[in-house]
Design a protein around this ligand. Structure first.
Ligand SMILES: [Zn+2]
Ligand SMILES: [Zn+2]
Length: 748
C-alpha cells in the first residue's frame, strides 16, 4: 500500500523550485545562435517605489507565461528589465523619510527584486539595472546630446508652478488646490526656459506604421497610439492677411468651409506674433501664455480666447476675424483652424464668447472659389523634458557668459550627479553645490556654470527598453552599438499597462530619430516593438486601489497565505488583458481549488496506478477510450498553445482546467465500462496528467515542476515543444522511459 499522500505546501515547494532554477541558470539569456529565433520580451519598467503592486503582478505574470512558453518552443528568449529609478516620487519619498534618494532607491529595488523572485518570475536578473546608475544615465546624457545635435531637443520658455516660500518650481503632482504640497502656501505661475523633445518630424510615420503593426499589437495598445496622435483629416485653404501675407487654415469639416465665421489661431502657431500686434493684444497673449492655459484647454466654455483685432481676407469678398485660443492645440495641434459654429459644438461655444464674428459666412456660404485641398493635422506635440529637481539625470550643458548654452563634450560624460544629497524640498540642491555647479566652458575655456535642471524620468524612459539587450559587461562601451542589438531588436513583445501609451509613443519617435541619426539604422521601420500587449489595471470593489480607500491588495500577503502559483493563476484567470481586473477572492479560491485538486488527484492516481492489475482483454476493450483521451489531449494542447501565442492567458488557463475535467471524464468512462482502470488505462491517465502539468508550467511553474517530478519526468522540460504538438499522448509516452514507468510502480 502507498504511504501518506504528500501535502501541497507552496511555502516549502516554491522556494525549492526557485533555488533549482537559480542553480541551473534556467533564465540566463542565451548567447546568440543563428538557428534560433531571438525573442525579446519587454515587461514594464517599475518605478522604485519599494513595493510591487497587483498591477505589476498582472504585468509580469502575463510576460512570464509568454517567456516560459517561447523558451519551451525553442526560441532564444531575453526577458529583462530595468528600474525607472529617477524622478519626483522617489525624491518626495526620500524627503519624507529624511534620507538620500540614492539610498532610498537602492533599498526599494532590492526589496522589489526579492518580491519578483518569490513570485517566480523568470527574468534574467543579471541584466536588471537602475536608470539612476551612473553607467546608465551617462547614456541618457549621450542620448540628450545626440538628439540635441540632430535638432530633436531644443530650449524654449514654458509655464511652471512656482512656490515663493520654498523657492522651487513644482510639478503638477505637488500642487493641491493651487497650494504647495510642502508649505501649503499659494503657488504662482512663472515662465522659465525649459528643454523640449521635438515630436513633429515623426508624427506622420508613427501614424503610417500603425497599419503594419496591427497583426501583433493588440487593439488596446493601438487605440492609445491613435489617441495620442490625435489625427484629424480634413481640408486646408489659403487666406490672405492684411499686409499681403497668407495664412493656411485647417478644418475637419470639409463640406462646410463656406459656413466659417472666424479663424482660431494656436498660441504656438509659428506666425502668431505677426497677428498679435499692438501692445494690448501682445499683453493679453502673454497673459494667456503665463496663465497655465494647458489645464483648461479642452473646455471650450472656459478656455481663454484673445481677439487679435486683425482679420483675414477671403477671395471674392468678406473677411474673418482672427482669434487666438489654446483650444486649437487641444484639438489639432499648433495650427490655425476655421471656426464653423453651425456644425461644430466647440466652435459654437467659442463664438458665443467672441467679441467679433464675421457678419457673413465665408464666401456667402459658398466655398467653391476657395479651392480647399485635402489636409491632415496631429494633436500630438513636443513636450518638456527638464525639471528643476535634484533626483534626475543632469542635463549635460553649460552656461557661459560669452558663448551662451554650450553642450558638454560627449567624451566627458557622465556629468555626475552628487549622490550625497539629502533634499529638503526647498530650493534646488544642485544650485547650492559649487563642486557640481562650477566648470569651465568647453568652447572658450572661461568660467561656466552647469545646467542645474535635470531630465524628467520620462526622458530616461525613452531608451529604457535598450539596456537589457546588451550584456552588462559591454554596456559601458557599446550601449548603442553592440552587435546583440541587431539580434534582439525590435522587441518581439512589449507587455505593459495601458497607461504606458505616452511612453511607447515617444519611444517610437526616438527610435526613428536614432535610425536616421545612425545607431539604429538596422531598424528600417523605426519601431522598437514588433508586438505589443497592453493590459488594463487591477482594481478592487470596482474602484482603483488606493491607500485612501483602504482597498489595496498586498501581493506579499497573498503569496504568504496561498503561494505564488495560486496568486499568478488567479490574476491570469480573472480577466482578459483588455479588461480591468476587478480583484475578488473568487479568482483566488478558484485557483487554489484547482491547484490543490490537481495535486491530490495526481498523487491519488499515482498510488492507484501502482495497484492496477494487468488484464490484456480489459485493456483491449478500453483502447478506444484511451484513444479518445489522446485526442482530447491533442486538442487541449493545441488550444492552449494558440492562446499562449496570442497572450490570451485567461483563455489558456481555462483550457488547462478543462483538460483536467477531460481526464476525469476519461477515468469515469473506463470505470463505467470495466469497473476499474487497468494498468494500461492508468499509464494513459498518468501520461495525460504529465501533459497537463507541462501545459500548466507557464502559469504555475512551481507546482507544475513538482508534479512532473512526482510523475517521474524531467522537471526542467516545460511546455511541449512545437514539434510535439500533433503527436498527442505519444509525446508524453516518449518522454517517459520504460525504466521510469516501472519505477513508478515499484516506488509506491
Ligand atoms: Zn512651498
Ligand atoms: Zn564660453
Amino acid at each position: 500500500m502507498s504511504g501518506p499522500k504528500p501535502k501541497y505546501d507552496p511555502g516549502e515547494l516554491e522556494p525549492a523550485r526557485q533555488a533549482a532554477w537559480e542553480a541551473r541558470g534556467a533564465f540566463a539569456t542565451p548567447a546568440p545562435a543563428a538557428e534560433q529565433r531571438a525573442v525579446y520580451i519587454k515587461p514594464s519598467s517599475p518605478f522604485t517605489s519599494g513595493n510591487l503592486h497587483m498591477g505589476h503582478v498582472r504585468d509580469y505574470a502575463i510576460g512570464d507565461a509568454y517567456a516560459r512558453f517561447r523558451r519551451a518552443r525553442g526560441d532564444a528568449v531575453l526577458f529583462g528589465f530595468g528600474f525607472d529609478a529617477f524622478g519626483l516620487p522617489a525624491e518626495m519619498a526620500a524627503i519624507e523619510r529624511g534620507t538620500r534618494p540614492a539610498e532610498w532607491v537602492e533599498r526599494c529595488g532590492e526589496r522589489m527584486l526579492a518580491q519578483m523572485k518569490r513570485l517566480g518570475f523568470s527574468f534574467d536578473y543579471e541584466r536588471a539595472f537602475y536608470s539612476s546608475d551612473e553607467s546608465q544615465y551617462r547614456w541618457s546624457q549621450w542620448l540628450f546630446l545626440t538628439l540635441h545635435e540632430a535638432g530633436m531637443v531644443y530650449r524654449d520658455d514654458a509655464t511652471v508652478d512656482w512656490c515663493d516660500t520654498c523657492q522651487t518650481t513644482l510639478a503638477a503632482l505637488q500642487v493641491e488646490d493651487g497650494r504647495c504640497w510642502r508649505c501649503h502656501e499659494k503657488v504662482r505661475l512663472i515662465r522659465r526656459p525649459t528643454w523640449f523633445l521635438r515630436l513633429s518630424p515623426y508624427l506622420e510615420e508613427n501614424d503610417r506604421n500603425l497599419a503594419g503593426l496591427e497583426t501583433r499589437w493588440d487593439e488596446l495598445s493601438l487605440k492609445t497610439q491613435r489617441y495620442i496622435l490625435g489625427r484629424s483629416d480634413g481640408v486646408e485653404l489659403d487666406l490672405a492677411g492684411p499686409d499681403g501675407g497668407g495664412l493656411v487654415v485647417f478644418t475637419p469639416h470639409a463640406g462646410d468651409v463656406g459656413e466659417a465665421r472666424f479663424v482660431l489661431l494656436s498660441p504656438r502657431h509659428p506666425e502668431v506674433e505677426l497677428w498679435a500686434q499692438g501692445p494690448q493684444v501682445a499683453e493679453r497673449l502673454d497673459e494667456l501664455r503665463s496663465g497655465g492655459w494647458e489645464r483648461s484647454a479642452r473646455d471650450a466654455a472656459a478656455v481663454p480666447v484673445v481677439d487679435t483685432g486683425a482679420s483675414v481676407e477671403v477671395a471674392g469678398g468678406g473677411s474673418l476675424p482672427v482669434l487666438v485660443s489654446p483650444i486649437v492645440d487641444a484639438r489639432y495641434g499648433p495650427t490655425a483652424a476655421l471656426g464653423i459654429p453651425s456644425v461644430d459644438e466647440a466652435d459654437e461655444a467659442i463664438a458665443a464668447r467672441a467679441e467679433r464674428l464675421a457678419a457673413e459666412p465665408l464666401g456667402g456660404g459658398d466655398a467653391a472659389g476657395l479651392a480647399p485641398r485635402k489636409a491632415r493635422r496631429y494633436r500630438a506635440y513636443d513636450f518638456s523634458i527638464s525639471r528643476q529637481r535634484y533626483w534626475g539625470t543632469p542635463i549635460p550643458v553649460l552656461h557661459c557668459e560669452g558663448c551662451g548654452v554650450v553642450p558638454a563634450p560627449i567624451e566627458e560624460l557622465p556629468v555626475v550627479l552628487p549622490r550625497d544629497v539629502e533634499p529638503s524640498g526647498e530650493g534646488n540642491p544642485l544650485a547650492e553645490r559649487p563642486d557640481f555647479l562650477e566648470a569651465s566652458c568647453p568652447k572658450c575655456g572661461g568660467a561656466a556654470r552647469r545646467e542645474t535642471d535635470t531630465l524628467d524620468c520620462h526622458f530616461d524612459a525613452l531608451w529604457l527598453w535598450v539596456p537589457a539587450a546588451v550584456p552588462p559587461a559591454d554596456r559601458d562601451e557599446q550601449m548603442f552599438s553592440h552587435p546583440d542589438l541587431r539580434r534582439w531588436l525590435p522587441s518581439e513583445r512589449l507587455v505593459a499597462g495601458n497607461d504606458s501609451g505616452g511612453f511607447v509613443f515617444d519611444q517610437r519617435v526616438v527610435t526613428k530619430a536614432l535610425r536616421d541619426i545612425g545607431p539604429f539604422e538596422f531598424l528600417a521601420e523605426g519601431e522598437p516593438f514588433a508586438g505589443c500587449l497592453f493590459h488594463e489595471m487591477v482594481i478592487a470593489d470596482g474602484r482603483k486601489m488606493s491607500k485612501h480607500l483602504g482597498n489595496v491588495v498586498d501581493p506579499d500577503a497573498l503569496v504568504a497565505e496561498h503561494g505564488a502559483d495560486t496568486v499568478r493563476l488567479a490574476v491570469l484567470y480573472a480577466a482578459g488583458p483588455a479588461k480591468a481586473l476587478n480583484w475578488t477572492d473568487g479568482a483566488l479560491r478558484f485557483a487554489s481549488r484547482f491547484l490543490r485538486g490537481l495535486w491530490d488527484y495526481t498523487h491519488e492516481s499515482l498510488a492507484a496506478a501502482a495497484e492496477a492489475p494487468e488484464d490484456a482483454e480489459a485493456a483491449a476493450d478500453t483502447a478506444f477510450i484511451r484513444e479518445r483521451l489522446g485526442k482530447w489531449c491533442e486538442n487541449g494542447l493545441e488550444r492552449i498553445a494558440a492562446d499562449l501565442e496570442e497572450l490570451q492567458m485567461h483563455k489558456a488557463v481555462r483550457n488547462v482546467t478543462r483538460l483536467l475535467e477531460r481526464i476525469k471524464d476519461y477515468e469515469k468512462r473506463v470505470v463505467k465500462r470495466q469497473g476499474r482502470l487497468g494498468r494500461e488505462d492508468y499509464e494513459a491517465l498518468l501520461e495525460a496528467l504529465a501533459l497537463l502539468a507541462r501545459t500548466l508550467s507557464p502559469f504555475a511553474p512551481h507546482i507544475a515542476e513538482q508534479l512532473l517530478v512526482a510523475l517521474g519526468r524531467d522537471a526542467s522540460v516545460g511546455f511541449p515543444a512545437a514539434e510535439e504538438d500533433d503527436s498527442g499522448l505519444s509525446m508524453a509516452r516518449n518522454n517517459l522511459s520504460e525504466h521510469q514507468v516501472s519505477a513508478i510502480h515499484r516506488d509506491s
